[in-house]
Ligand binder design. Structure first.
Ligand code: NOJ
Length: 557
């Protein structure tokens, strides 16, 4: 197993709009981040990933970029960014930027010039005439991820443009070498400034099949077989890889619908490797069918199967990422854990994923166990994706109005985007002004300040697991995964075995009931030392709800 600095990172993700407001305008910003760098460092993490900070009309909250080389004025200035970058580096933390190049905003200069048929820019996007007699029929039958058809008519140009996400997010034409040069130049701009890597948004979508043929008639994501992936994906990614190679930076590709077999085509270590690691989604489907809008009961065996698959198939040849939350996922305690046993299940989940092999990610608020928001009305939501999902469900006539609302409240990305809960003060200490979005009313109990002062808090537990992951890194980060009690619907147990023979054993009761511990106890090697537990001591005769343990057995001398 090749050891590399980026494999060992624990990364803290910041979704800037809701992290911390430093100037009282109700919107999170870089001044706010600067004031929290010591807090972030105190978690023991080694890096920060920023969701997009760039100039953007915020139709998709920053994932619609109008200027890749400037900071969104709501978040501050380039000098503010440089102060955060320096501040992070001074504290020994890397900084990872979001690179969103499948699409731009329709307010980007490139798009405006492309619509006006400026010769330099006319082929920067994917334009097509309409079909049919009047030329007004869509160029093909593809659908966008934010459902609806994937084409929008542009009056000025007199043609349709492709958008695989919102109408305001036109897809760039990576088949145009000039566009690829622009992407490389944007990458160099940030790398020259000193950033340490990129998280590359839906990067597996950037190549589209020539001729843009009609897709298989699916009710959602129609056409995806022609771009996920497209024919030139590996070629384009290898070009982008060359840029990063000059800087010892790393690349993490977001990859919807990715399987281990296909992932290896991108991340297998060696000369054709295009990305260092990927964000896959399969482990986020243990409580749903394909999308969290189609909710099912949490299924532990489904979750185990995904971990087993990825841990085994990447071992020794490629590298995983480990995350349970991000800005697109509802809060994990509300999904895979229990709000009733918030602290216990939060700790169980932290234990479950931190000791898997892979680069480790923690999303803002996850470390204090923030929960989903109690949505009451449609006017409580702001995310384009939520309203698209509503529209699609209405069209199917399969769900009652009430059910559609419940599905959205459960699955909405809005859940991840409520304001960070810093203290029991007004607005959870997020802002002195009027917050741009909800603060969960539970902020008086669930907040950083309260958890700082409680040695038994989830926050302090996160600090422990992050530290242990490093202390036992040969097993935790690089060890071989061996699952125990694979068929159990209640217990999640596994070993991580280091090359020197050291064994780290994780045992968790993933239910809200007591479970006899006898079988679980047999998973622990004789003579192993108890290094972590979420109820205090070592395992007794019964495992309490969400009880979790970690043991370590040193190699024989
Ligand atoms: C994935 C991002 O994580 C999500 O927030 C965004 O809406 C889409 N890509 C489109 O950029």
């Amino acid at each position: 197993m090749k050891k590399t600095w980026f494999k060992e990172l624990s990364v803290y993700q910041i979704w800037p709009r809701s992290f911390c407001d430093g100037n009282g305008d109700g919107i999170g910003d870089l001044k706010g981040v600067l004031g929290k760098l010591d807090y972030i460092k105190s978690l023991g993490v080694d890096a920060i990933w920023f969701s997009p900070l760039y100039v953007s009309p915020q139709k998709d909250y920053g994932y619609d970029i109008a200027d890749y080389r400037n900071i969104n004025p709501e978040y501050g200035t380039m000098d503010d960014f440089k102060a955060v970058l320096d501040g992070a580096h001074e504290r020994g933390m890397k900084v990872i930027m979001d690179l969103v190049v499948n699409h731009t905003s329709d307010q980007h200069e490139w798009f405006k010039k492309s619509a006006a048929k400026d010769p330099k820019y006319k082929d920067y996007y994917i334009w097509r005439p309409g079909r049919g007699k009047d030329g007004k029929k869509f160029p093909n039958n593809w659908m966008s991820t934010f459902p609806g058809n994937a084409w929008e008519w542009n009056e000025e140009r007199g043609e349709y443009y492709l958008h695989l996400f919102a109408v305001e997010q036109p897809d760039l034409n990576h088949d145009n070498p000039a566009v690829r040069e622009e992407v490389k130049s944007v990458m160099r701009f940030w790398l020259d400034m000193g950033v340490d890597g990129f998280r590359e948004d839906v990067i597996t979508y950037i190549s589209k099949r020539e001729g843009l043929p009609d897709g298989f008639p699916l009710p959602i994501m129609r056409g995806m077989e022609h771009y996920s992936p497209g024919p030139n994906i590996h070629k384009y990614l290898l070009e982008y890889r060359q840029v990063v190679k000059d800087y010892d930076a790393f690349q993490l590709g977001e990859a919807p619908m990715m399987t281990p077999k296909n992932a290896l085509k991108y991340i297998r270590e060696g000369k054709d490797q295009q990305l260092d690691m990927m964000f896959q989604f399969q482990h986020m489907e243990a409580d749903c069918f394909m999308t969290s809008y189609l909710r099912t009961k949490f299924n532990l065996r489904k979750l185990k199967k995904v971990y087993r698959n990825w841990q085994h198939k990447m071992y020794g040849v490629a590298w995983n990422t480990n995350y349970l939350e991000n800005h697109d996922q509802p809060r994990v305690i509300s999904r895979y854990g229990s709000e009733k046993y918030r602290t216990e299940s939060g700790k169980a989940l932290a234990t479950l994923y931190t000791f898997m092999s892979g680069t480790h990610f923690v999303y803002q608020g996850q470390e204090i166990g923030m929960l989903d928001y109690p949505f009451k009305d449609w006017s409580d939501f702001v995310d384009v994706a939520t309203f698209c999902a509503k529209g699609i469900m209405e069209k199917t006539h399969l769900f009652s109005k009430k059910k559609i609302f419940e599905n959205c409240a459960y699955a909405a990305r809005d859940n991840a985007r409520t304001c960070m809960q810093w203290s029991a003060e007004a607005n959870g200490g997020f802002t002195t002004g009027t917050p741009w979005f909800h603060v969960n009313p539970n902020y008086k109990d669930i907040n950083v300040a309260a958890e700082e002062s409680d040695p038994g808090s989830l926050l302090n537990y996160y600090r422990k697991v992050i530290a242990l992951r490093k202390e036992y890194k040969d097993a935790a980060i690089y060890g071989r995964y061996v699952e125990k009690m694979a068929s159990s619907k209640k217990i999640f147990a596994y070993d991580k075995i280091a090359e020197d023979g050291g064994v780290l054993t994780v045992v968790i009761n993933m239910t809200d009931r007591e479970v006899p511990a006898a079988r679980a106890a047999k998973c622990v090697p004789e003579g192993a030392e108890h290094i972590l537990g979420n109820y205090g001591g070592s395992m007794a005769a019964v495992l309490k709800p969400y009880e979790a343990h970690v043991y370590y057995k040193a190699p024989a001398k």
